[in-house]
Design a protein around this ligand. Structure first.
Ligand SMILES: *[C@@H]1O[C@H](CO)[C@@H](O)[C@H](O)[C@H]1NC(C)=O
Length: 241
């Protein structure tokens, strides 16, 4: 019996080793933008969530931004010293969260370019300020977050807009579903813009459950996140991988 239990424990450990992952390295270029202390821009709708994402953030070229699907994803970036502007400890990498779009109208970001416009604190960790535009290598990595995913509900009784933040693991959200207490089925929410998801289902006065699926296929269900008495403008904390 004990041996069987040890075996099943072993199987669990082998099948679910941990949530950390890293994709393979690819080439890109990086510049910096925004204020010296950091910026998290506007395209993902994360301005009010500086305490979660700042100071290491990035605006992605459309090739990486993928119509907001990459909002919240984490990328590890290292400087490639072909121009001689990498920091002395060139081995050092920075992990940034995608919070903004570097538009195609910016020549460096127009397709097919693969580009990271980094916050200044992120850029300065890996390259000299004078470098301006440096070659880099990047890979998508697992996001580490403190606590559970957060759901901020705004809008009005006929139009609910939920901003999803602090998602760990994949970090970038593929689908958000909501189930109000008493409903049998999960209802798909629609991406409105950035990491803001809409539904015209009647949610007011009902306790809410959310189910988030990341682009890495992680599915996290947050039960009874908001109580019946929830109000527009409030933020609720759910679960994370
Ligand atoms: C990058 O190249 C410059 C110029 O060749 C050199 O002085 C510097 O030490 C190099 N930095 C790293 C991190 O290798």
């Amino acid at each position: 019996m004990a041996a069987e239990m040890r075996l099943s424990l072993l199987i669990v450990l082998v099948v679910f080793p941990c949530v950390v992952f890293a994709h393979s390295w690819n080439e890109a270029h990086a510049t910096y933008y925004g204020a010296p202390e950091g910026t998290i821009g506007g395209a993902c709708g994360f301005e009010e969530y500086k305490q979660i994402y700042s100071p290491y953030t990035a605006a992605l070229s459309p090739t990486l931004y993928n119509e907001a699907e990459s909002c919240g994803a984490c990328f590890e970036i290292v400087c490639v010293n072909t121009t001689g502007f990498c920091k002395k400890d060139g081995e050092k990498s920075v992990v940034v969260t995608a919070t903004d779009l570097c538009p195609a109208s910016d020549a460096r970001c127009s397709p097919p370019h693969v580009h990271f416009d980094l916050s200044q604190p992120a850029f300065h960790l890996i390259a000299e300020h004078l470098g301006g535009d440096v070659p880099v290598k990047y890979r998508k990595v697992s996001c580490k977050r403190k606590g559970g995913a957060k759901f901020t509900i705004t809008g009005n009784p006929n139009f609910n807009l939920v901003t999803v933040t602090n998602v760990a693991g994949g970090g970038d959200v593929e689908t958000v579903e909501v189930k109000a207490e008493g409903d049998k089925e999960w209802k798909n929410m629609k991406r409105n813009w950035g990491e803001k998801w809409e539904t015209s289902e009647v949610l007011s006065g009902k306790s809410l459950n959310f189910r988030v699926t990341t682009t890495e296929g992680e599915v996290v269900t947050s039960k009874h996140v908001a109580p019946e008495s929830w109000q527009f403008g409030q933020t609720f904390e759910g679960k994370n991988v």
